[in-house]
Design a protein around this ligand. Structure first.
Ligand code: HOZ
Length: 425
C-alpha cells in the first residue's frame, strides 16, 4: 500500500471524506488522492517520493511557481517580526496601493482571509448600498460557499453532483436568481422586468469553475449596461482571474470596469487571503465608515501580506505575461494536436495562463455543453496523466493553471505523456 493510500485511510477517520475541501478527495475521478510533502518551481513531490509536473498551482495562487526564492526569503524575514498582531501594519497600505495601481477600478480595498469571505462581503455591501435584496449569479459559476452564493454553483459543488447545498435556507436562496452564463438575451429579459429589485450581478468574468469557459463577445458589456441602467452593482469575481488572465485581471483583458471586484489566490502568494474593493462611494459604506459590518481577526495578516506583495512585485517584471501566456498556448495546442492525432473528440479553452479542456467536439461556451462532455473519458485521461507524473485538477469542472516556473521542457514532457494517454483511451 502506498503511503498516500494509508494516509488517506487515516484521514478519513477524522476529516469528512479525508480532506478539508471536497474536490481533493478524488470522488469525481476515482482512486485515492496523492498526499504532498513538498514543492519547488512547477513540481510537487508526494509522500512516496514521486514528482509531478503541477498544473493546479494550489488552485491558482502559485503563478511564480512553488517556493519562489524571493517570496520565501521575504516570508522568512516577516516571520521573525511576528505572526499576527491584530493591529494595523504598514504592509496593508502597501498592498492596497499596489492593488489599486494594478486594477484602477479599485479605489478602496478591504483584506479578508479567503475568496469566500470576499464574495460574501461584497454581496452584503452591494445589498447595503442599493437597499435591495435580489442578486444575480450564473449557473456553473462558483463564488465560494456562503449561503446566498451556493445556488446552482460550480467547482466542488458540481463535483459532488450537488449544485444546491443542503443547509441553505430556501428563504435566503429565493433572493438568488440564476441565469445561464453567456446568455445575453436572458440577462436583458430579466432586467427588463426586475431590474429595479436587483442589488448586484456577480460573475466570474471568465468562468473557471465549470472547466474554463470564456465570455462570448458582448456578454460582459451587457452586464455592465444593465447594471448601469438599473443601478445594480456589478461585481467581478476575480478570485481566479485576477493577475492571471492579464496583470489587471479580466477587467483589463476585456476592458470592462466593474463596481466591485473580489480577489484571492495570487494576492496571497499561497497564504490564505481574499480581498474585495472597488468604487469609493460603495466601499465607504463599510464599517467603521458606514453601516455595512464586516471584520476579521486575521484580516491583513502580515505574513500573508508579505507573500502576496512579493508575488505581485514579481509578476510586474517586464515580459512576465507574454512568456507565461506563450507557455500556456504551447500546452493547449500540444494537447489538441495529440488528441486529434489519436482521433479523440477534444477541445480546449485558454484565458491567459488559465486553461480548460473538454472531451467533446464543439467549442464549449455554455454550461449545458459542459454537462454533456464525456466525463468518463476525462477520468481515464486524468488517471493516466497522474500515473505519468502530471498533476491535473481531479475534476472536469475545474481549470488548469500554468506558472512562470514551467519551462518549455516541462510542457513538452506533458504533451509527450498526453500522447501515450490519448492513444490508450
Ligand atoms: N474550490 C476551489 C477550486 N475551484 C478550491 C479547491 C480546493 O482547494 O480543494
Amino acid at each position: 500500500m502506498s503511503r498516500s493510500t494509508s494516509l488517506f485511510e487515516a484521514a478519513k477517520h477524522v476529516l469528512p471524506g479525508g480532506v478539508n475541501s471536497p474536490v481533493r478527495a478524488f470522488a469525481r475521478v476515482g482512486g485515492h488522492p496523492v498526499f504532498i510533502k513538498q514543492s519547488h518551481g512547477p513540481y510537487l513531490v508526494d509522500v512516496d517520493d514521486r514528482q509531478y509536473i503541477d498544473y493546479i498551482g494550489s488552485w491558482g495562487p502559485m503563478i511564480v511557481g512553488h517556493c519562489h526564492p524571493q517570496v520565501i526569503a521575504r516570508v522568512h524575514q516577516a516571520l521573525d517580526q511576528g505572526l499576527s498582531f491584530g493591529a494595523p501594519t504598514e504592509i496593508e497600505t502597501l498592498m492596497a496601493n499596489k492593488v489599486c495601481e494594478i486594477m484602477p477600478s479599485i479605489e478602496m480595498l478591504r483584506m479578508v482571509s479567503s475568496g469566500t469571505e470576499a464574495t460574501m462581503s461584497a454581496i452584503r455591501l452591494a445589498r447595503g448600498f442599493t437597499r435591495r435584496d435580489k442578486i444575480v449569479k450564473f449557473e456553473g459559476c462558483y463564488h465560494g460557499h456562503s449561503d446566498s452564493l451556493l445556488v446552482k454553483a460550480g467547482s466542488g459543488a458540481l463535483t459532488m453532483g450537488e449544485p444546491d447545498s443542503l443547509g441553505v435556507p430556501a428563504s435566503l436562496a429565493q433572493h438568488t436568481i440564476t441565469l445561464e452564463y453567456n446568455n445575453i438575451a436572458e440577462v436583458e429579459a430579466l432586467f427588463a422586468v426586475s431590474g429595479s429589485q436587483i442589488a448586484a450581478v456577480i460573475v466570474e468574468p471568465v468562468a473557471g469553475n465549470m472547466g474554463l469557459v470564456p465570455p462570448v463577445p458582448g456578454f460582459l458589456e451587457a452586464l455592465r449596461a444593465e447594471c448601469d441602467k438599473s443601478g445594480a452593482v456589478l461585481i467581478f469575481d476575480e478570485v481566479m482571474t485576477g493577475f492571471r488572465v492579464a496583470l489587471g485581471g479580466a477587467q483589463e483583458a476585456y476592458n470592462i470596469r466593474p463596481d466591485l471586484t473580489t480577489l484571492g489566490k495570487i494576492i496571497g502568494g499561497g497564504m490564505p487571503v481574499g480581498a474585495f474593493g472597488g468604487r469609493r462611494d460603495i466601499m465607504s459604506l463599510l464599517a467603521p465608515l458606514g453601516g455595512v459590518y464586516q471584520a476579521g481577526t486575521l484580516s491583513g495578516n502580515p505574513i500573508a501580506m508579505t507573500a502576496g506583495l512579493a508575488t505581485l512585485e514579481l509578476i510586474q517584471a517586464p515580459g512576465f505575461y507574454p512568456d507565461l501566456f506563450a507557455r500556456t498556448t504551447q500546452l493547449v495546442q500540444g494537447l489538441q494536436t495529440e488528441a486529434d492525432a489519436a482521433g479523440i473528440e477534444f477541445t480546449t479553452n485558454q484565458a491567459g495562463a488559465m486553461f480548460g479542456f473538454f472531451f467533446t467536439a464543439p467549442e464549449v461556451r455554455y454550461f449545458s455543453q459542459v454537462m454533456n462532455t464525456d466525463t468518463a473519458r476525462f477520468n481515464a485521461f486524468f488517471n493516466g496523466m497522474l500515473a505519468a507524473g502530471i498533476n491535473l485538477a481531479p475534476s472536469p469542472f475545474e481549470s488548469g493553471f500554468v506558472s512562470a516556473a514551467h519551462t518549455e521542457a516541462d510542457i513538452d514532457a506533458t504533451i509527450t505523456a498526453a500522447r501515450t494517454v490519448f492513444q490508450s483511451l
